[in-house]
Ligand binder design. Structure first.
Ligand SMILES: Nc1ncnc2c1ncn2[C@@H]1O[C@H](COP(=O)(O)OP(=O)(O)OP(=O)(O)O)[C@@H](O)[C@H]1O
Ligand SMILES: [Mg+2]
Length: 260
């Protein structure tokens, strides 16, 4: 039987006395598409921040391919194949789209500023050409030389995804990828993620849109106040009384569905 590609073992995180992640344990198998759900403030983004070492964990272990990476810094985690997008888009607004996505190559291409080195500014440079190709493949080629910050929200989200993919991840963490997208953009995203999944990338998605999750994820992990309260299929999560109660009073879709 295959071994987990990623495992969180009793991971905890406090912010000034508030336990934001509380002894969280779960395993993710290679190639899985899983969702991390829960009401606002449940700790979903924090869980991503811990997996990517944006924040250090207080206790517990993070294991990648059977190897303890708890003390491995974020840059090395990217090189080991963990990439992410952000709930609040984090592009460099004054850099071009091409320069922004080339940052994604930095795990394999020297420093994060390697794209600004003279060699990389040459049009025929292989990294530049590769990034350009990735933008073209994502239907974003026309924006390559535009300043990223000037572009519409939905386009910026797609650029972030290309940047993450250019680090050649084996595990991709997507924090609310469908938020703010219209239905047709959401459907395009779902198709694109299925395609990425077919290439063998393991996907962990934080998302509030239960339709999106139901159409895309095989398994959900439900957080509430930093604790895992369920781990099941999307369908079972929607029917689970404890999960429904966690969402009560929140503005999330599950809560609205329950109230309806
Ligand atoms: N850097 C920080 N300093 C202090 N508290 C923080 C920090 N980051 C997160 N928190 C707190 O941790 C809790 C969980 O936040 P987190 O952003 O992980 O929630 P979330 O599940 O992603 O919520 P949402 O659905 O609204 O994005 C919240 O109470 C939040 O205020
Ligand atoms: Mg969040």
């Amino acid at each position: 039987m295959a071994s987990p590609i990623l495992e969180l073992d009793c991971v905890s995180k406090n912010f000034g006395g508030l336990k934001v992640i509380d002894s969280l344990s779960f395993k993710v198998m290679p190639g899985e598409r899983i969702a991390l759900i829960g009401p606002n403030g449940a700790g979903k983004t924090t869980a991503f921040n811990l997996i990517s070492d944006f924040y250090h964990i207080d206790s517990g272990r993070i294991i990648l391919d059977g190897r303890d990476i708890t003390t491995v810094p974020s840059r090395k985690r990217i090189a080991h194949g963990i990439a992410r997008t952000f709930q609040n888009i984090r592009l460099m607004p004054h850099l071009t789209v091409l320069e922004n996505v080339m940052i994604g190559q930095s795990a394999h291409n020297g420093s994060a500023l390697a794209m600004l080195q003279p060699i990389n500014l040459i049009p025929g440079n292989r990294w530049r050409a590769h990034a350009r190709g990735a933008l073209d493949a994502a239907g974003l080629g026309e924006y390559a030389l535009a300043a990223a910050g000037a572009l519409p929200y939905g386009i910026q989200k797609r650029i972030e995804l290309v940047r993450a993919l250019l680090s050649e991840p084996r595990i991709l963490l997507l924090d609310e990828p469908a938020a703010g997208l219209n239905p047709s953009e959401t459907e395009d995203l779902r198709r694109q993620l299925i395609e990425i999944s077919r290439r063998g990338v393991t996907l962990i998605v934080v998302e509030h849109d239960m339709h999106f999750i139901g159409a895309f994820c095989q398994r959900v992990i439900v957080l509430n106040f930093g604790c895992k309260i369920a781990e099941c299929s999307p369908h079972e999560a929607q029917a689970d009384p404890q999960v429904r109660e966690a969402y009560l009073g929140s503005d999330d879709e599950l809560g609205q569905a329950h109230a309806a």
